[in-house]
Write a new protein. Sequence first.
Length: 422
Amino acid sequence: MSATPVGRPAPDMREGLPPRTGMVRVGIGLLLGTVAWAMPFATGTAVLLPARIEDIAPDSKVTLLAVLTATAAVVGLVANIVIGALSDRTRSRLGARTPWIIGGGLTTAVFMALLTTSDTFWVLLGWWCLTVVSLNAMTATLIAIVPDRVPTGRRAGVSALVGVGMLLGHALGAVLGSAFLGSPGLGLVVAGIAAAVLGVLAVCVAPDVPNTASPPVPRLTARALLRSVKFPRGAPDFHWVLWSRLLLVLGYFMINSYQLYILTDHVGLSKTRAAAVLGSNSVLFLATAIVGSVLSGPLSDRTGRRKPFVIGASLVALLAIAIPLFRATPAGMTAFSCVGGLAFGCYYAVDAALMADVLPDQESRAKDLGILNVANTGGQALAPVVSSALVGLGTGYSPAFIGAMAACALGAILVVPIRTVR
């Protein structure tokens, strides 16, 4: 089944279910829900977990951070696909997505509180993996709301709010983590509570309709679940989007995940000074990202084009990574954040719409979007492994910067063959 051309009415929205809220409230709900998962994720991965690992094993911090990030991302990858498939089959008075969003937020708060009890790396890893499962319960179901409830011709505009939410969440998470660098346990608890509160607010602002009257689904068995999470066949554009997204996320997170260590080891700042720079850069990243998102989303809908925005954003991300490679200073990292924010603001505003436009089966939206989100979690899983291997060459962080730039360039190239979306 081919994707719906941009600008036509969306036949893939849930037939027979009247809209309960308008697009403004849906957009605000998506923004709040996206911040709900992105903020605690960034608080952990960008600042507090790297700092905690450095306290536990300073001599092995680069390798252990790679192990933690890669392991948790693989767990998140599986959770995203499975929970997406389960959400497609959910029938409740709250709809198919709401129970998973609320449940994911509440369990995130619990597991992030339990993270504070970790006194060894392996305990830390275990609790973080469970936290990631909870965060993916929110991620997998929130992204499915776009094809569920938003007409094709308005998806980039609404997706811009998803992009702003993701960027806002990452920026707030980095700021929160930097503020609590001296009390990481308290920072993790605050981030977890925020996930629960914002998740509930999101579904209150944009409540779904009951779907108990929808056609019943067959009884779920292990075989049926495994069959439902297979990658779709005969959908080349779906796969081009998947691999392009994976490479861009891989490239950017090869640097983003190691910002704290880059600032201390590559730039030469103290840990305290690095935390301050990381916090201020996060605010600048957010500001430029909002500009990119607000401009590109509506413009994509107006022109009916997705590909030029995604390709352009990938190339601007490449430029952002190149700056600190040639200028290893606090100013270079600040420029990285500003230019990278502009790139990802544009990218995230249009990317969610592009993913929704290439879905091959409208009966399994959340599952297929979960597979596409494999690119997000898979890229983040591979990023620290690749960066760690390149840093391990013994020539500093320069090989990691070069590898990241190559990944972004290849990600841009893989958008070109997409045919069903302009």
